[in-house]
Design a protein around this ligand. Structure first.
Ligand code: SF4
Length: 363
């Protein structure tokens, strides 16, 4: 069956709410038709610049305005990144995803450094992904030229619920950045978080937004919120494994060719729960003991789980060929010194304001 780009919320809700055994069977069938069910892609997430972010994302301990235990760091050096990438490769990762706590990319020295990191990791024959906030078309082209394989930019939730989570940027900014990445050869990684207090309708709304993109994202991370003390969402109840399995299975059915990525929240899941997610169509994970700033299962634990389930890590560039890295000197796209105007809706989100006030009181 050809991939559909016209899923409606009603159709997606109908899938999400099916009796679980039927949902699992359907998702596993779609999965087998489109992927090897015994192969799982493994990425290592590396925080190359931690904390001090000006945004107000209600789930994020890296937002400067909340008082959390996250220690901020300046941008890592290219050599530090290379050393970490080599470690990740030795432990079975085929992809390194570099995250920087920025609102958007700014042309200049730091971005030039990130471009060098991309070239360096690509030369290690690993897939390189970046998550750096909003980017312009020229910045996306420069990343592509450096050899970037994927760009991550999550939609987080439905357009309606996004307004309850973040007030410092709009949903359209997210879609525009994804559109800028799509103008290049770089693949798109975009997903969201469940457990932020959103309704099942919102979850379906997010899947509509993702599945109606054409082409659909090559990678869709499904995160379960890890509530962090000091953030506005510190008291959210963890989502149940059934909700996670339903979300993974529904994503698999509506986006058959996508790699559905089990992301944050894996430490709260049993091995059996994770196995059920793989059966439901999840076929990529983040490895390493930290996911940017929140805990993640140990690499050895993951490899043991893979062994007991008979799963194999996917080799690099199995889905798409390795991009070439153009050197900085030969680059066709130059630093334009752009100052794009990304939106700032600035509406009030009560729980974000409260968390900020508590943080000020602690300071
Ligand atoms: S999620 Fe990203 S943009 Fe939002 S506060 Fe955290 S680091 Fe900043």
């Amino acid at each position: 069956m050809a991939t559909r780009h016209n899923w409606t919320k009603e159709e997606i809700l109908e899938i999400y709410n099916k009796p679980l055994m039927e949902l699992l069977y359907e998702a596993a069938t779609v999965h087998r038709k489109n992927h090897d069910p015994n192969t799982v892609q493994v990425s290592t997430l590396l925080s190359i610049k931690t904390g001090g972010c000006p945004e107000d994302c209600g789930y994020c301990p890296q937002a400067a305005r909340y008082h959390t235990n996250v220690e901020g760091n300046d941008l890592m050096s290219v050599n530090q990144v290379k050393a970490q990438a080599l470690r990740a490769k030795e432990s079975g990762s085929s992809r390194v995803c570099m995250g920087a706590a920025w609102r958007n990319v700014k042309d200049g020295e730091e971005f030039d450094s990130v471009l060098e990191m991309v070239r360096t990791i690509n030369k290690l024959d690993m897939e390189v992904c970046c998550t750096l906030g909003m980017i312009t078309e020229n910045q996306a082209q420069r990343l592509a030229e450096a050899g970037l394989y994927a760009y991550n930019h999550n939609l987080d939730s439905s357009e309606e619920y996004y307004k309850e989570v973040i007030s410092t940027r709009g949903y359209q900014d997210r879609l525009d950045t994804i559109g800028n990445v799509r103008k290049t050869n770089v693949t798109v990684c975009s997903g969201g978080i469940i457990g932020m207090g959103e309704s099942v309708d919102d979850r379906a709304g997010m899947l509509v937004a993702l599945s109606t993109l054409s082409p659909q994202p090559e990678s869709v991370p499904i995160n379960a919120l890890v509530p962090v003390e000091g953030t506005p969402m510190e008291e959210q109840e963890p989502v149940s494994i059934w909700e996670m399995v339903r979300m993974v299975a529904t994503a698999r059915i509506v986006m058959p060719e996508t790699q559905v990525r089990l992301s944050a929240g894996r430490t709260q899941m049993s091995r059996e729960g994770q196995a059920m997610c793989f059966f439901a169509g999840a076929n990529s994970i983040f490895a390493g003991d930290k996911l940017l700033t929140t805990p993640n299962p140990d690499v050895n634990e993951d490899m043991e789980l893979f062994k007991s389930l008979g799963l194999n890590p996917q080799k690099a560039f199995e889905k798409k060929e390795q991009p070439k890295s153009v050197s900085a000197e030969e680059s066709k796209y130059q630093n334009l010194g752009e100052k794009p105007k990304w939106s700032r809706p600035g509406h009030t989100i009560e729980r974000n304001v409260e968390a900020q006030q508590k943080s000020k009181a602690k300071a």
